[in-house]
Design a protein around this ligand. Structure first.
Ligand code: PGA
Length: 254
């Protein structure tokens, strides 16, 4: 049985005060279930990580970072390494989020280096994949997602890949209010699980968690979670409101 997992990606939002307030609100609202019936993580901007880790002390909510650089240290101005993230209490890190792929221009190869660096340093990557609207309309969803998964996990054996959580986030559904229907999402999640079975083995495919992301709200979370291969949710906009995020956590735990 895969334990449900809900992660809130705050993106480039909040400030030093509201990041702490939001973390506190989420911790209070999910006290009875976080870490027990559902794994929960929040993913604030780098500069608020430490304050959020401190606020969540004892709350059974993990903290993740939105990105890493793959080198360990040195002359890489502006970048943040896996060991730095670990040293401030991060457990998870997003790798290959669609905004990094399509706004910043990250390639599959760069994402692969980041996933590898994260795992080798003991961080748990949340590895994001998903097709753009024109790719879906051209019936290329399966091809694009397959390529992203094969390239993003290249060179990693079954033991390392078992540290990965996959997030399927159709680019056309992110921040647009357009959610994939539960059936559309389930279809791609099943495809990803089959692919992982081919690339690794049946046990890994059965155990790995695959989250859905893209305009997840309190009103659609339960329907998405009812799908067989949807194991959790990666939430952007709705994770900035403690009540909405807690409602999503509760839907995933039900
Ligand atoms: P959204 O973002 O929930 O605001 O669509 C999801 C994400 O980008 O992870």
């Amino acid at each position: 049985m895969r334990k449900p997992f809900v992660a809130g990606n705050w993106k480039m939002n909040t400030d030093s005060q509201s990041s702490v307030g939001l973390a506190d609100g989420i911790a209070c609202g999910s006290m009875d279930i976080a870490g027990r019936r559902v794994d929960v993580a929040v993913i604030p901007p780098f500069v608020y990580l430490q304050a959020v880790v401190r606020t969540l002390n004892g709350a059974h909510i993990a903290v993740g970072a939105q990105d890493i650089y793959y080198e360990q240290k040195g002359a890489f101005t502006g970048e943040i390494s896996a060991s730095m993230l670990k040293s401030v209490g991060c457990v998870y890190v997003l790798c290959g989020h669609s905004e990094r792929r399509h706004v910043i221009g990250e390639s599959d190869e760069l994402v692969n280096k980041k996933v590898t660096a994260a795992i080798c340093s003991g961080l748990l990557p949340i590895f994001c994949v998903g097709e753009k609207l024109q790719e879906r309309e051209a019936s290329q969803t399966s091809e694009v997602v397959t390529r992203q998964i094969r390239n993003g996990l290249a060179g990693l054996g079954v033991e390392k890949v078992s540290a990965v959580t996959i997030a399927y986030e159709p680019v056309w559904a992110i921040g647009t209010g357009l959610t994939a229907t539960p059936q559309q999402a389930q279809e791609v999640h099943a495809l990803i699980r089959r692919l992982l079975g081919e690339m690794y083995d049946a046990q890994l495919a059965e155990e790995i968690r695959i989250l859905y992301g893209g305009s997840v709200k309190p009103g659609n979370a339960a329907d998405l979670m009812r799908q067989q291969d949807i194991d959790g949710l990666l939430v952007g906009g709705a994770s900035l409101n403690a009540d909405d995020f807690v409602a999503i956590i509760k839907a995933a735990a039900a």
